[in-house]
Design a protein around this ligand. Structure first.
Ligand SMILES: [Zn+2]
Length: 413
């Protein structure tokens, strides 16, 4: 791909990002003329993109990715100009979900049923009927106490992460980004524009019998996901030489690979913490790391069970008729551990159908993308020997699943 095509493509994508950034504003309306113009611009790029670009060179991979994302944005822009509901299978293809991905979900749910039941029982035994309450954020005194404890833990994790990952960019990131606490939300977040990563006070700290405790498994999970996953992805991508259309594509078509990278970093970081547990031993909240790891593994397994079960549920709804509850139930009940879950799931989605066509809404169908797990697929295809190189590859760029596979094959081993 020559430089003039990259420049031309970057210009079209900059025009596109301008529209997307504006649409985040209150009262914004999708400008019809501007959208039409973008479609024309994307369509004019397509014939200029060389066909059959090699997947063995960086230029070839970027060229292939340009073709994919041009088609993706032409489809989504055209969709935004009509009132028509897109067919579920078109959405599935758009997000690069293959029939083998759905088969893998079915297989996982069957093969791991006993392991999920066991993890659930272990978690119940561990909780021992003890009640927990959240930190009363309205109390300045209690909130401060909890925030101080959590701040100490975050500082320890920062120091340990630099050593565990062996990536100098992480030190640079930690001096540029604010890694702190959201005292109200129960969810961790990160933002590349404000350069902020926040773990959740209400998710990671709790009270019981008058004392404040840290949920260490949850804290390490949130920290790794946001800081070593998303923020390091923002940082390495921003400092890469990739073209704008790969660097700035923090949109729907790349969300599944970006989540998969953060999930992988969670699973990589916890064992790395245990290997270096001496570093954490002066902090009393980290003193039972082995037990916390069992906790973390069980939570991760239960989380995956629900994600896969939801994904299979969406697939079943997407491929059946709106009111065919009997068939939907038959197809799902063999996978759900709780018999009641199936009717609960079907009823929960009762308002997610297009009434005129009987099609499941595209926004629901597109959630299937989160079960793709591109990093796991990559590792099962070819195990990395040099983890540092592999991590640098998976954390650099915003790629669609196919682009990610090409990129990691070329640069991650
Ligand atoms: Zn995430």
């Amino acid at each position: 791909m020559d430089n003039s095509l990259i420049t031309q493509a970057d210009k079209v994508f900059s025009d596109f990002f301008k529209r997307e950034i504006y649409l985040d504003q209150p009262y914004a309306i999708k400008d019809l003329d501007y959208s039409e113009r973008l479609i024309t611009e994307f369509k004019s790029l397509l014939p200029l993109i060389p066909k059959d670009a090699p997947a063995e060179t960086e230029t070839g991979i970027v060229t292939r990715e340009l073709e994919r994302i041009c088609s993706f944005f032409i489809d989504t822009l055209e969709e935004s100009l009509t009132s028509k509901t897109t067919e579920p299978m078109e959405i599935v293809a758009r997000f690069q979900i293959e029939p083998s991905d759905i088969e893998a979900i079915r297989h996982w749910l069957k093969a791991n049923r006993q392991a999920v039941v066991k993890a659930n029982t272990e978690q119940m035994e561990k909780s021992n009927g003890d009640r927990r309450t959240s930190i009363p954020a309205g109390s300045r005194e209690l909130r401060r106490k909890a925030e101080d404890i959590l701040t100490g833990c975050i500082e320890d994790l920062k120091a340990l992460a630099v050593e565990a990952l062996g990536m100098e960019e992480l030190s640079a990131l930690l001096s540029e980004f604010t890694v702190s606490i959201d005292s109200v939300s129960t969810r961790a977040t990160s933002n590349r524009i404000s350069k902020v990563a926040l773990v959740s006070l209400q998710g990671c700290v709790y009270m019981s019998k008058g004392s404040i405790y840290v949920d260490v498994a949850r804290l390490i999970k949130e920290f790794a996901h946001e800081v070593i996953g998303h923020c390091l992805n923002y940082y390495l991508t921003e400092h890469s030489k990739l073209p704008i259309f790969v660097k700035e594509n923090f949109y729907l078509d790349t969300s599944s690979t970006r989540e998969s990278v953060s999930d992988h970093m969670e699973r990589y970081f916890f064992p790395a913490c245990m290997e270096r547990s001496k570093k954490l031993s002066s902090n009393p909240h980290f003193y039972q790391l082995e037990e916390e790891y069992t906790n973390f593994s069980n939570i991760s397994l239960l989380e995956k069970y629900y994600r896969y079960l939801e994904s299979l549920g969406i697939w079943v709804l997407a491929t059946s008729k709106m009111d065919d509850h009997r068939l939907q139930t038959e197809k799902l009940e063999q996978y759900s551990i709780e018999p009641k879950w199936v009717s609960w799931f079907i009823n929960r989605h009762r308002n997610n159908w297009d009434r005129s066509t009987g099609l499941l809404l595209p926004s629901v169908v597109s959630d299937l993308r989160y079960s793709l797990e591109s990093v796991d697929k990559q590792i099962s295809k070819r195990k990395p020997k040099d983890m540092l190189k592999f991590h640098r590859a998976v954390l650099t760029g915003c790629w669609t699943p196919k682009g990610f596979e090409n990129w990691v094959d070329l640069t991650g081993y």
